[in-house]
Structure formats: C-alpha cells, structure tokens
Design a protein around this ligand. Structure first.
Ligand SMILES: NC(=O)c1ccc[n+]([C@@H]2O[C@H](COP(=O)([O-])OP(=O)(O)OC[C@H]3O[C@@H](n4cnc5c(N)ncnc54)[C@H](OP(=O)(O)O)[C@@H]3O)[C@@H](O)[C@H]2O)c1
Length: 267
C-alpha cells in the first residue's frame, strides 16, 4: 500500500486511518495528517501513531495519495499551496456534495480524482461507500481506492449521475434506520413494554435481521415471507404497513434526500 496523506483529521479521516491500521494494510509510518486550526490532527496522530505534519509540504512530500477529509465548506478557502502540491497525485475526496467537476477546479493538476460518499457506520468498519472517478483509474490507483474504502466497510463504484440517489439510500440511510428503530421502540412502549426493554428488542432485531440478510444473501421479501404465516401475527402487522403505504413513505423519503443532495451539489 502506498503512503497516504490526510488533509483533515476528524471523524471520517479517523475512521479510515483506524480501519487501515486494524487491517494491517498500512503501518502508522505510512500515514500522515494535517488539520485546521483545532486539535483533531494532534489527537489522531497521538491515538494512532501516524505522522502529524506541520506544513502542507511535509504532509505531501513523500506520498502520491491524498485523502481530502475536511468539511465541504472548507474547500472554497483551501490553501492554494495545498492544491498546487497535489499536482500529479491521486486525490480521494470524502466531501459530501462536491462534484468531480468542482473538485477538479480545486485540484486542477491532480493525476486523477475520486469522489466518495461514505456513511457513518464507517466509524466501526461497517460503512457503505459509493464512489466514482474523474477519469478511468490506473490499476494501481484502483487497488489503492478499493483497499482504502474496504478498510471502512463495503464499496461500490457508480456513475456520478447516481451519487445523489446513492446518498438518499446509503448516505442518509443510517438516519432513516435510526428513525425506524426509534419508532419500533416507541411502538413497543405503546404496546406495554418498558423503554429499556423495547430499545433492546428494537436494536437487536434490526441488527439480527440485517446480519441475516447480509450473511444469507437472501432477498428481504423472501425472508419476510418465511416468517409470515397466512393470517398470523406478522401477517396482521404487515397488512397495517401496507394499508398505511409504508413503501410509498420510503420512496418519498429517498426522493426528498436525493433532491436536496442535487440542490447542494449544484450550489
Ligand atoms: N462523518 C461521516 O460519517 C461522514 C459521512 C459522509 C461524508 N462525510 C464527509 O467527510 C468530511 C469530513 O467530515 P467529518 O465528520 O470527518 O468532519 P470533522 O470531524 O469536523 O473533521 C473536519 C476536519 O477538517 C479539518 N479542517 C478544518 N479546517 C481545515 C482547513 N482549512 N484545511 C484542512 N483541514 C481543515 C479539521 O481540523 P481541526 O480540528 O484542526 O479544525 C478536522 O480535522 C466532510 O466533508 C463530510 O461531508 C462524513
């Protein structure tokens, strides 16, 4: 694995660094970070042993892979020296709503640019990241991108035109799942359970069901049908979900997130 420099050292950089080190695909000496005016870079370097760079030159001196992991709003005020120092390097951005075209204006001389859309379960190595590249990736660069993104979970390459739809499903999806879990817990409380018990039942049911889907590779509808006897308890509940158009609500939810992502990408 080549050396990797991180511009921005907050939650997302920390998740990637932690995953790369945990999977032994990099040694701490192969990674370096630079933050802003705060203390996140010192904290990340202190916790993981990666190199804390004090200047853009020292950050980028001996690496040709750069992960851009600051807040999207910082891009407009990016140190021009940093952009110039990325000439000839592979730039991998995790910035939400920053298109490849916008990234290309910020890093005009990069060797190639990869736009990624990770999600928050990346923090525990269970993320889902969609990505696209400005130009076809060289084999070595593709291998680097896959290793890096697989350190925080699963990855899928999609055309850039699908990134906002992906944002609506996997980017925002964790929040929709958290809301579903909370609703299931509250429904349990309304049905007579105490809150702690209802919370445990809801979270473990989500976790177990998600693992069952992932580990068996079985369609959710098939697993649903396996636990639904005609006129049984699950059938009674599912009939209510259908009557209240649960699937239509989710279609609208994802469409709303996608539409907002498109607005942000244009702005
Ligand atoms: N967190 C997620 O799960 C998630 C999911 C999808 C996408 N993303 C994307 O990941 C990116 C980072 O998010 P985050 O949650 O990791 O943010 P964060 O924890 O707030 O970290 C932001 C980092 O940027 C640094 N920074 C601030 N100003 C800078 C500058 N002028 N130049 C260089 N670095 C600067 C900060 O350093 P200081 O501490 O020194 O200020 C900090 O290390 C965002 O663009 C977001 O869209 C995050």
């Amino acid at each position: 694995m080549p050396k990797i420099a991180f511009i921005g050292a907050g939650n997302m950089a920390s998740a990637i660094v932690t995953g790369l080190l945990a999977q032994n695909v990099c040694a701490p000496a192969d990674l370096a970070c630079l933050g802003g005016a705060g203390a996140s870079a010192q904290k990340l370097a202190g916790r993981t042993g990666i190199r804390l760079a004090s200047t853009p030159e020292s950050l980028l001196a001996d690496t040709d892979i750069v992960v851009v992991a600051f807040k999207p709003q910082h891009l407009a005020a990016l140190d021009p020296q940093l952009a110039a120092l990325c000439a000839g390097k592979l730039v991998i951005s995790v910035l939400a709503a920053k298109t490849l075209a916008r990234l290309a204006t910020a890093f005009p001389a990069a060797r190639n640019i990869v736009r990624t859309m990770p999600n928050t379960p990346s923090a525990i190595g269970a993320g889902m990241t969609g990505w696209c590249a400005l130009a076809p990736l060289a084999d070595a660069d593709r291998a680097t991108v896959l290793t890096l993104l697989r350190a925080i979970g699963r990855e899928v390459e999609v055309p850039e035109a699908q990134i906002e739809a992906l944002m609506g499903v996997s980017g925002c999806g964790p929040a929709f799942v958290f809301e579903f879990t909370a609703a299931l817990r509250e429904a349990g409380v309304a049905a007579g359970l105490d809150r702690d018990t209802a919370q445990m039942l809801a979270v473990q049911t989500l976790l177990g069901s998600a693992r069952l889907m992932a580990e068996t590779g079985t369609e959710p509808e098939t697993l649903r049908n396996q636990v639904t006897s005609p006129n049984g308890t699950t059938f009674a509940g599912l009939k209510r979900m259908e009557a209240r158009q649960f699937r239509d609500i989710l279609v609208e939810t994802v469409q709303a997130a996608k539409a907002r992502a498109e607005e942000l990408a244009q702005g």
